[in-house]
Design a protein around this ligand. Structure first.
Ligand code: AMP
Ligand code: ZN
Length: 472
C-alpha cells in the first residue's frame, strides 16, 4: 500500500509500527448540528481505507472523536435555553444515525472531549513543566517557537507565519488585549465566561482548547506514536500542526508516521461549510436518495481531489450503483435454478478474468486509495458477468462471479443486495402504528417508525389532511 503523506508530500510505502496492525486516528465532527455532506467525506473516505486494510488482513484500531465542548455548541445551547450537554448528546446520536445510513462502521472507540478533561490537564501540566507552556490570567498558552519542528506538516516557515500575524498582534499590543508572549502562541486552556460549562484546573475554572483534545485522546487510546492521523485538508493548519507540537513536546516521540488529508467537497466550486450556509445535511440527502448513493458518489473521485456536489452527479451515481445491484440480482435469479455440475472450461477462463479484475481493484486501492479506479474494476466485473452468465450457467460459475462483485463492493462499504420493496399496505400499517404511538405520546416509537421508513426510502410528510408518503 502506498499512501500520500502530507508530512513528506509524497506517496510512501506504508509500513505499520507493529506487523499486521494499524493504529489510526481521524478527527471527528463538532456536534452542534446535523452533519453536512462535507463532514461526511472524511467519514466515508477513511472508513473505506479501514475496510480495505481489514480486507487485506490488518487489524485496525480506529479512533474518531466527537468534539463536544466548543463555542458553537455553547451558542446553540444558549439559543435553545438548554445545556451544552443536551446539545452534544442529541447531535452525537443524530450523527451516529447518519453514519449507520452511510454504512460507516462504528470506530473502535469514539471518545468525547468532555470525558477526557483529566488527561488534558495532565498533558498541559507536562508542557508547563517542560517549558512549552505558560499561564497568563488563567489562560494557558503553548510557546510555539520553542518547538523546533513547528511548520513541518503544513510546510510553513515560522517567520512567514509570524509576519502574517504582525498587524493583528500590533493592534492587540496597542490595545493592551494581547497577553501572549508571541502572536504564534495558541491556547491550551481558557477560563470560563459567565454561564459556560467549566472544569476545575490548576490555572482556572475553564475548558481546554480544541487542539489539545485530539493529542490527548489519540495518546490515551492508541499510544504515543500512531501509524496514521487523518482528517479534512482544512485541519492541516493550524489544528494538526498544533497537535504535533503538543504531542511531540509532551511525549518525546514522533506523533504520527503518516498524515492523510481529504480534499473538500465543494458546491459551485466553493467549500461546503456551515459558516457559508451553502450546505446540504446528510439528512437532506436521505430524503431523496438511499445514502448508499451518497457513499458511491464520494468514492467515485480520488479522495485528494476536490469533488463538486451536483444533482447530475448524484443521479449518475444512482444509475451506476443500480447497474451493480441489478447485475447481482440477475445472478441470484440464475443461481436459483443453476446446475450443480462443475464449472466448464469456458467458465473457468471467465473466472480467471474475474480474478484478474480483483487484482486490478487491489492495485488501484494500493495506489493511495484510488477508489475511482477500483470502481472501474467493479464495472468491468459487472460487464463480464452480464455478458457471460446465463440461465444455463453452473452454480459454481454464478457464485464465483456474484461473490467477487459483492466482496469488492463490500470493501467499499457498498451494499449491493437489492432492498426488499415495502408493499404499500406495509407502509400504511406502519403509518397507522406511528399515528397511534403519537396519540399515546410514545414519541420515541413514532420517530423510530419514521426513521425505519426513511431507511427504506419512504418519506413521510405531515399535512393538515393527515400523513402523506412518497417513495424517494
Ligand atoms: P468540523 O466539524 O468542521 O470540525 O469538521 C469535521 C471534519 O469534516 C473535519 O475533518 C473537516 O476537515 C471535514 N470537513 C468539513 N467540511 C468539509 C468539506 N466541505 N469537504 C470535506 N471535508 C470537510
Ligand atoms: Zn483533531
Amino acid at each position: 500500500m502506498r499512501i500520500y503523506n502530507t508530512l513528506t508530500k509524497q506517496k510512501e510505502l506504508f509500513k505499520p509500527i507493529e506487523e499486521g496492525k494499524i493504529k489510526m486516528y481521524v478527527c471527528g465532527p463538532t456536534v452542534y448540528n446535523l452533519i453536512h455532506i462535507g463532514n461526511a467525506r472524511p467519514m466515508i473516505v477513511f472508513d473505506t481505507f479501514r475496510r480495505y486494510m481489514e480486507y487485506r488482513g490488518y487489524e485496525v484500531q480506529y479512533v474518531s472523536n466527537f468534539t463536544d465542548v466548543d463555542d458553537k455548541i455553547i451558542k446553540k445551547a444558549n439559543e435553545e435555553g438548554v445545556s451544552s450537554e443536551e446539545i452534544s448528546t442529541r447531535y452525537i446520536a443524530e450523527c451516529k444515525k447518519d453514519m449507520e445510513g452511510m454504512n460507516i462502521e462504528p470506530a473502535t472507540v469514539h471518545p468525547q472531549a468532555t470525558l477526557e478533561i483529566e488527561g488534558m490537564i495532565d498533558m498541559i501540566q507536562t508542557l508547563m513543566d517542560k517549558g512549552y507552556a505558560y499561564e497568563k490570567n488563567g489562560t494557558v498558552y503553548y510557546r510555539t517557537r520553542k518547538f523546533k519542528g513547528y511548520g513541518k506538516l503544513s510546510h510553513k516557515n515560522i517567520d512567514d507565519l509570524e509576519s502574517g500575524h504582525r498587524d493583528e498582534s500590533h493592534a492587540l499590543k496597542v490595545s493592551g488585549a494581547d497577553e501572549k508572549e508571541d502572536p504564534l502562541d495558541f491556547v491550551l486552556w481558557k477560563p470560563k465566561k459567565e454561564g459556560e460549562p467549566f472544569w476545575v484546573s490548576p490555572w482556572s475554572e475553564g475548558r481546554p482548547g480544541w487542539h489539545i483534545e485530539c493529542s490527548v485522546m489519540s495518546k490515551r487510546y492508541l499510544g504515543k506514536t500512531i501509524d496514521i492521523h487523518a482528517g479534512g485538508e482544512d485541519l492541516v493548519f493550524p489544528h494538526h500542526e498544533n497537535e504535533i507540537a503538543q504531542s511531540e513536546a509532551a511525549n518525546d516521540a514522533p506523533f504520527a508516521n503518516y498524515w492523510m488529508h481529504n480534499a473538500f467537497l465543494n458546491i459551485n466550486n466553493k467549500k461546503m461549510s456551515k459558516s457559508l450556509g451553502n450546505f446540504f445535511t446528510v439528512r437532506d440527502i436521505a430524503e431523496e436518495y438511499d445514502l448508499q448513493v451518497l457513499r458511491f458518489f464520494m468514492l467515485s473521485a480520488h479522495y485528494r481531489n476536490p469533488l463538486n456536489f451536483s444533482r447530475d452527479l448524484m443521479e449518475s451515481a444512482k444509475n451506476s450503483l443500480d447497474r451493480i445491484v441489478t447485475a447481482v440480482s440477475t445472478l441470484k435469479e440464475y443461481l436459483a435454478n443453476a446446475s450443480d455440475s462443475p464449472a466448464t472450461e469456458e467458465e473457468k477462463a471467465v473466472l480467471k478474468q474475474a480474478a484478474d479484475l480483483e487484482k486490478k481493484f487491489d492495485d488501484a486501492m494500493d495506489d493511495d486509495l484510488n477508489t475511482a479506479d477500483a470502481i472501474s474494476a467493479i464495472f468491468e466485473l459487472v460487464k463480464l458477468a452480464n455478458s457471460n452468465a446465463t440461465a444455463e450457467s453452473t452454480a459454481e460459475f454464478i457464485t464465483g462471479l456474484k461473490d467477487e462483485i459483492q466482496t469488492l463492493a463490500g470493501v467499499l462499504g457498498l451494499d449491493v443486495e437489492k432492498k426488499e420493496e415495502l408493499l404499500d399496505s406495509d407502509i400504511e400499517n406502519l403509518i397507522a402504528e406511528r399515528q397511534q404511538a403519537r396519540k399515546d405520546k410514545n414519541f420515541a416509537r413514532a420517530d423510530e417508525i419514521r426513521d425505519e421508513l426513511l431507511n427504506k426510502g419512504i418519506v413521510l410528510e405531515d399535512t393538515r389532511e393527515g400523513v402523506r408518503w412518497k417513495r424517494a
